[in-house]
Write a protein that binds this ligand. Sequence first.
Ligand code: F6R
Length: 261
Amino acid sequence: MRIIGVTDYGQMSWKAASLLASQVILKRGSVLGLATGSTPLGVYRCLTEWYRQGLIDFSGAFSVNLDEYCGLSPEHNQSYAYYMRENLFRHINIRPDHTHIPNGMAADPGEEGRRYDELIRSLGGVDIQLLGIGHTGHIGFNEPNTYFIAPTHRVALNPLTIEANARFFASEGDVPRYAITMGLGSIMAAKRILLVASGEDKAEILYRSFFGPITPQIPASILQLHPNVTVVAERDALEAIRAKAPEMIEDGFPNEAAGLG
Ligand code: F6R
């Protein structure tokens, strides 16, 4: 595992976007595992900018997203399909039929989960999986006490996650109670993991995820067993790791493009 520490959100975005871009450039047909939430927004802005500058061609790439709310159509402005369209897909030349997100409207979520995992397998697996991390240690929508081997499946959202996501809805009552998410088993099958984190509110959970016991109570802790994990995090999010295991942090060097995030 590598933990790359950078000074601010812009640099975090630039560094993580560089790793995704290098994957797309190195292999036509790359499968990018993508995440939503506030943390990756800067990453998507960097990728959009580099596409505009003619530096990356996404026409051969595929994407699979981690999760989607149950009951929201792709047109709903809080659906993750809408988020991905607005924040990335419509700004770059990825083919719409190459972009995949679990279907939150599926009548049978179990069947949808099986279809989604089969789809990922048929694409050859995820080359690099971008992840954020929730305050509970959730990745995707895998909340505490989930099974480590879970495939894509329907989950009931944790009250803390509902509360954290209420900022995007008119009221907490409007936040969907269920989601379909790639399970920890599906996430662990990715060839490379790239986790981004920003803000001091993520510091403690980052430390517990990567330096505490591997336990279903902290879903992200399973990543300690993945052979190829890179964490890119800015200063505040690394406070707890810096206090207890500073030797584990690699300093990402500053760069001119940091302002892009
Ligand atoms: C979103 C997702 C979630 C978020 C997590 C952190 O697709 O999978 O696990 O990554 O909730 O969200 P932010 O980045 O908003 O703090």
